[in-house]
Design a protein around this ligand. Structure first.
Ligand SMILES: NC(=O)c1ccc[n+]([C@@H]2O[C@H](COP(=O)([O-])OP(=O)(O)OC[C@H]3O[C@@H](n4cnc5c(N)ncnc54)[C@H](OP(=O)(O)O)[C@@H]3O)[C@@H](O)[C@H]2O)c1
Length: 260
């Protein structure tokens, strides 16, 4: 199948890493299904990409923290006989604060979005993709997936789930036409930190990469069917170190990093 007949479904395409994934696919002549809540941002991205690359773009302004909306999305695409070759499960958010003080309502939405919707979409599309042409799924986890994260306890835990689920499913899929890459960015320039309510971002980790750099890295990792792709050598070193240090030290170190 030629690229201009293929579709990529990207969640969280209205800003940051998801938006940059959309630009990269568009540049490669892949048609797009863009999902997020911000209809204006989706509209302007859609206009930009149609004008620049003459591809097809469908937007779905949906709140994916309601899993029923993900079900509606899958149903609509199925009716239109659109079977994505690429699924980028990128929509997600975090919340900064002490566990006893943070909002349960916000955390429930986070769990629904970061975990439940991602699991549902992975299941639906891995199934639909099996047995066909080469197809690719990217689940966006985080460097946060590798250890507990005081002051963002629920967020870190959701990303640990994403990493574990995705590695397991990727193993089940090995030898098939479907590959699943878990993209693990470290702190990255995007709206993530303001949405999480954290003004300063882990200063000890130095300058953050742009969302474009992370999306480019993720795109290439996906095309090479890399199972787990951790962006940047500092983050990769971090994921290695935590395997050898006592967990109580690691948890204290993360608390320190999160407090800076
Ligand atoms: N930036 C970092 O430092 C960093 C580090 C590691 C991992 N990550 C992960 O990278 C992914 C992308 O984040 P980002 O950094 O690009 O942040 P971002 O700029 O805030 O983008 C998040 C995207 O998710 C969408 N989204 C949020 N809530 C949604 C909902 N209820 N329904 C549908 N879409 C929703 C947002 O769109 P709307 O607001 O329009 O709905 C937006 O398009 C996330 O999974 C995040 O956890 C980020």
């Amino acid at each position: 199948m030629k690229n201009n007949q293929k579709w990529a479904l990207i969640t969280g395409a209205s800003s940051g890493i998801g938006l940059e994934f959309a630009r990269i696919f568009a540049k490669n002549q892949v048609n797009l299904i863009l999902v997020a809540r911000n209809i204006n941002a989706l509209n302007s991205l859609s206009k930009e990409l149609i004008k620049l690359y003459k591809i097809k773009v469908i937007i779905h302004p949906l709140d994916l923290s309601e899993v029923s909306n993900a079900e509606i999305l899958v149903g609509k695409l199925s009716k239109q006989k659109i079977n994505p070759t690429y699924l980028i499960n990128n929509a997600g958010f975090g919340d900064y604060g002490t566990f006893t003080q943070t909002s349960w309502e916000k955390e429930l939405k986070m769990i629904n979005l970061n975990i439940t919707t991602l699991t549902y979409l992975t299941k639906m599309y891995a199934n639909k993709m099996l047995g066909g042409e080469p197809a690719y799924i990217v689940n966006v986890a985080s460097g946060a997936a590798f250890q507990p994260g005081p002051l963002m306890a629920v967020y870190f835990a959701t990303k640990a789930y994403v990493l574990h689920l995705s590695e397991a499913v990727s193993e089940e899929l090995s030898g098939t036409n479907v590959s699943l890459t878990t993209l693990c960015p470290g702190p990255t320039q995007s709206n993530f930190w303001s949405v999480a309510g954290k003004e300063k971002t882990c200063g000890i980790l130095g300058k953050m990469p742009t969302s474009r750099q992370v999306a480019e890295y993720g795109y290439h990792a996906m095309m090479n069917s890399k199972r787990v792709a951790v962006y940047g050598w500092v983050n990769r070193l971090g994921t290695l170190l935590v395997r050898f240090l006592p967990r109580s030290w690691v948890t204290k170190a993360i608390l320190y990093a999160q407090s800076t």
